[in-house]
Design a protein around this ligand. Sequence first.
Ligand code: UDX
Length: 438
Amino acid sequence: MRIAVFGTGYLGATHAACMAELGHEVIGVDVDPDKVARLQSGEAPFFEPGLSELLERHTASGRLRFTSSYELAAQSADVHFIAVGTPQRPDSPAADLSQVDAVVEALAPLLTRPAVVFGKSTVPVGTAARIAERLQALAPSPDVSLAWNPEFLRESTAVDDTLSPDRIVLGIGSGDPKRIEAVTREVYARSLAEGTPLVITDLATAELTKVAANSFLATKISFINSVAEVCDAVDADVAVLADAIGLDDRIGRRFLNAGVGFGGACLPKDVRAFQTRAAELGASSAVRLLADVEWINSRQRTRVATMALDACRGIDKPRVAVLGLTFKPESDDVRDSPALDVASRLAAAGVAVQTWDPHGMDNAERLYPELEYGNSLLDACKAADVLLVMTEWDEFRRLDPHELAGIVQERVVIDARNCLDPAAWREAGWTYRAIGRR
Ligand code: UDX
């Protein structure tokens, strides 16, 4: 199929590269000419395992191209994916739809042939119906269909998630439903042949499926974090408890890791945008639970910052080594990262904060120049009074507490992701503290 993907961020660049991998002829479109140039030369503008290989391979073969020209995209494709960002608005908790609207306004007047437009971006329910009307009003071709096909990919496993998704959700809007379904089956032929379920529904259900999924994941994390606080009060172990309740199929073990809580570009803003949209629809009391989910999540950051400050008490000019800056491992993304939030709170409280992250240093330094950025993991740990592990990179799990003991000032470690082996650290003479874990 001839496919255009609008937006080349984490979602769009991955989708474009994976569509080429599935055998389609793809053109990725972005308004940022620098990004387009990097992608066209086969370089990923961010760190995502496996993505560079796909970009290199398919830009070299010519099956994947990038451009800033909407005209070229409209000429080159019959299937269009909207994959631009919908970040939180600066002035409210609602989603900022300006990039989605800009794509529709620019693309629609160029659709002179039959086309199917798929929305992938996460949007408040009701957006897709509005876009369907705009397409109908602006497109010269009478045969332009709109469907909503939310994306569930996770950063760090985005390529696999796109090539082998858990499910494909298709919200059918304007246009011939049979044709939309046929095009969808052709786009995702490989995944469907491998048995991936295809859920066909309406636009509103498809839009809501995405925000409900993210809200549920956020709820699981905040749930286990509130249980962790009770564990702390009675010296119980939340990690063992999570293993035990997770053995129940109805509960499941995934997303029950207690720690400093969730961050990133999706979960926090989607939970907020869902509440805002529900309030607009007169259903705010129905999602009151999510206000607590957010509140618990922000409390985790305060708890970890307080633990670190408590450990620094009585020390003249304390130094804390913050290990991990990204919102999760195997990513360079520091957007709404709990690690940076806590690090900047410590710096504001007068602590010298030395940091290290395997992939997030450049992005972090641009946002928080006031922190110190080490040349290596060991450099960041030098003379530290407290080690604060904020992201569960493998590199940190493998740390040798004996080796580190000779580098730091004080043997105090706070494991804000419950990712270290407490016995090993205690044996090496460290004071080990974690979340909800003896
Ligand atoms: C999320 C959704 O998982 C994905 O389906 C959606 O498409 C986009 O948003 P992502 O933002 O990549 O993906 O991160 P995710 O793996 O969900 O983790 C989100 C945050 O929750 C991270 O900060 C992570 O550290 C935290 N988390 C996750 C926990 O604190 N505990 C857990 O048990 C799991």
